[in-house]
Design a binder for this molecule. Structure first.
Ligand code: AMP
Length: 256
C-alpha cells in the first residue's frame, strides 16, 4: 500500500501516488485548471502534470500550434484569438477530442484553459465518461476543478509582464520572475516575446469575456461538489503547495 503524506509531504510523495497507481481507478479522470488569463493556470498545470506524469493540455497552446503551422483550423482560430474572443464551442471540442485521441493515453488528463463555457463543461463530462467507461457519479472518478482566484491589479501586472521563449515555450515575468539577462531566455538564449493577445486592449477584451463566462462554469463544478478553490495571489511556490494539498486529499478520497 502506498502512503500519502498530507500538508507537509514533499512533491516526491505526491508523485509516487500518481505514478504508481492507475489514475482511472484511484483518482479523477481529469484535473481542470480554471481561472482568468494570467492567474498562473499554465505554470501550475504544467507542474502538476510533471509531478503526476499526466499529459498537460492547454487548448490555447494547441490553437497556437495550429496557428503557427497554418492549418485550416489555425487560420480560422487566428482571427478570433487575435481579438481576444473565444473560439466556438464545437470547434474547440472537436479539436480537443482529436488531440486527446492522438495522445494514446488512457489516464488522467490535466486541462488548462478548458472548459470555458457550461456547454464545454457538459461536453467534457460526456467525453470523459465515454473515454473511461466509468460513471462520474462515483465522486472518486469525477474530474476535479481547481479554481485559481486572483485580484485584478495583480492580474494586470502579471499579464503586462508576461514573456515567453519562442524556442522552448518557458514563461517569464518581467516583474515577478525575470530572466537572468533582460529579454533573453535563460536556457535557449533566444529573445523573449510577448504573446500578441497580451497587448493591453486585447487583455481587456479577454478579461471581459472571461468574466462573462467564468461564473457559470465555476458554479457548474461547485454544484457537482468538484470545485477546489485556491488563492492565486500568493507566490507561485505557495500556490503550488496549496494545490498539492488539495490534490492529495482528492487522491486519498479516491483510495478510501
Ligand atoms: P489561452 O492561452 O488559454 O488564454 O487561450 C488563448 C486563446 O485561445 C483564447 O483567447 C481563445 O481565443 C482560444 N481558446 C483557448 N481555449 C479555449 C476554449 N476552451 N474555448 C474557446 N476558445 C479558447
Amino acid at each position: 500500500m502506498i502512503e500519502i503524506k498530507t500538508a507537509s509531504g514533499s512533491n516526491r510523495d505526491v508523485h509516487r501516488v500518481g505514478a504508481l497507481n492507475t489514475p482511472q481507478r484511484l483518482g479523477p479522470v481529469a484535473i481542470i485548471f480554471l481561472g482568468p488569463p494570467g492567474a498562473g493556470k499554465g505554470t501550475q498545470a504544467r507542474h502538476v502534470a510533471n509531478v503526476y506524469r499526466f499529459p498537460h493540455i492547454s487548448t490555447g497552446d494547441v490553437f497556437r500550434s495550429h496557428v503557427a503551422k497554418k492549418t485550416p483550423l489555425g487560420l480560422q482560430a487566428a482571427k478570433i484569438m487575435s481579438r481576444g474572443m473565444l473560439v466556438p464551442d464545437e470547434v474547440v471540442c472537436g479539436m480537443l477530442s482529436e488531440h486527446i485521441r492522438g495522445l494514446g493515453f488512457a489516464g488522467c488528463l490535466i486541462l488548462d484553459g478548458f472548459p470555458r463555457s457550461v456547454a464545454q463543461a457538459k461536453w467534457l463530462d460526456r467525453f470523459l465518461y465515454m473515454r473511461s467507461g466509468v460513471s462520474h457519479d462515483l465522486q472518486c472518478n469525477a474530474p476535479a476543478a481547481i479554481q485559481i482566484s486572483i485580484e485584478r491589479d495583480q492580474l494586470l501586472r502579471r499579464l503586462a509582464g508576461r514573456r515567453s521563449c519562442p524556442t522552448c515555450g518557458r514563461t517569464y515575468n518581467l516583474y515577478f520572475q525575470p530572466p537572468r539577462n533582460p529579454g533573453i531566455c535563460d536556457y535557449e538564449g533566444a529573445e523573449l516575446v510577448m504573446r500578441p493577445d497580451d497587448s493591453e486592449n486585447v487583455v481587456r477584451e479577454r478579461l471581459m469575456i472571461h468574466d462573462q463566462n467564468a461564473l457559470p462554469v465555476t458554479e457548474y463544478y461547485l454544484r457537482k461538489g468538484r470545485l477546489l478553490e485556491i488563492d492565486g495571489n500568493k507566490a507561485a511556490e505557495a500556490v503550488r503547495t496549496a494545490i498539492a494539498v488539495e490534490l492529495e486529499s482528492v487522491f486519498a478520497l479516491a483510495r478510501a
